[in-house]
Ligand binder design. Sequence first.
Ligand code: ATP
Ligand code: LTN
Length: 333
Amino acid sequence: MSNQNDKIVFSGAQPTGSLTLGNYIGAVKNWKTLEKEYNCLYCIVDSHSLTVRHDPKEFNKTSLSFLVQYLASGLDPDKNIIYFQSHVPQHAELSWVLGCNTYIGELNRMTQFKDKSEKHKDNINSGLLTYPVLMAADILLYKANLVPVGEDQKQHLELTRDIANRFNNLYGETFPIPEPHMPKVGARIMSLQEPTKKMSKSDENVNGTIFLMDSEDVIMKKMKRAVTDSENNVVYRDEQPGVKNLITIHSRLAGISIDEVVAQYEGKGYGALKKDTAEVVIESLRPFKDRYNEYMNNLDYVENIYKKGAKRAYELAEDTMTLVRKRIGLIQK
Ligand code: ATP
Ligand code: LTN
């Protein structure tokens, strides 16, 4: 953390399933851009994943693979602090303090809580309800100024801001109020099969989701099967959500504007758009796959990265907790 700009960036993703094109375009790709300018912490929020039932052996493997997928996405371990949430116990400590300053009514209103309760009816545990408090703790523990997330996390971030303001008003200025950082285009990549729903790593229909680990053949097949409409006219508008989604993906990965993509396909059918977009995806993910394999063959190095990350995060977290404990009147250790 040695950038001239002293602003802090924090973000995280849960180690469940495998990274999707939505995660990549909506979040991770922007993390890479931010590392040049800011001091960034990117965290695998493994404690958050415990809110749904899991198989310990599988979870252990997936967590490591996730960290490697972050690295393979191009995040530089020398420029960013990359670590596992559970390795820094202050996340849980601050979560308790903030939970005592969060109302149940606020938590009940969270749409992710409502969705997940609906999905996991047999396990509506208290962690699912207090999930956003732990997320607020993640962010405030490092006094983060910017939080790069996709659109689905906006509500959680607003709650984080409310909690920070409340704490500051009650106990004195402690936390900066964090701002969301969302890509202007691509903050919500849609399912290829149901383009009115976000692309999700836990979607039952795997054809709707492109995983960064998918083979080139699979990517091509999924793209060719993408649901569009009967207009056969490449236009970027809400009434054609499937086509709009393909244009967005194409634009974000090829690094050209929406208008340029649309102009390129004027008078051409959806077939060309789908095939070319698949190629753009394949091309931009090629370095990802090579790097993934390289890191997986060098797990000692990977271990070194997350241990070093946790050590640096711990020091920053302890500074904030020392202040928080003092502010709320706990006897200093
Ligand atoms: P799930 O859908 O299974 O709940 P997820 O794919 O949303 O999981 P997370 O770990 O919750 O994955 O999200 C990691 C980051 O990726 C978050 O910042 C989130 O906002 C972003 N993100 C997730 N899906 C999309 C999407 N379809 N488009 C853009 N950004 C996304
Ligand atoms: N809730 C987020 C993951 C997450 C996060 C965070 C994102 C946990 N803590 C802190 C940004 C900052 C999700 O489900 N995508």
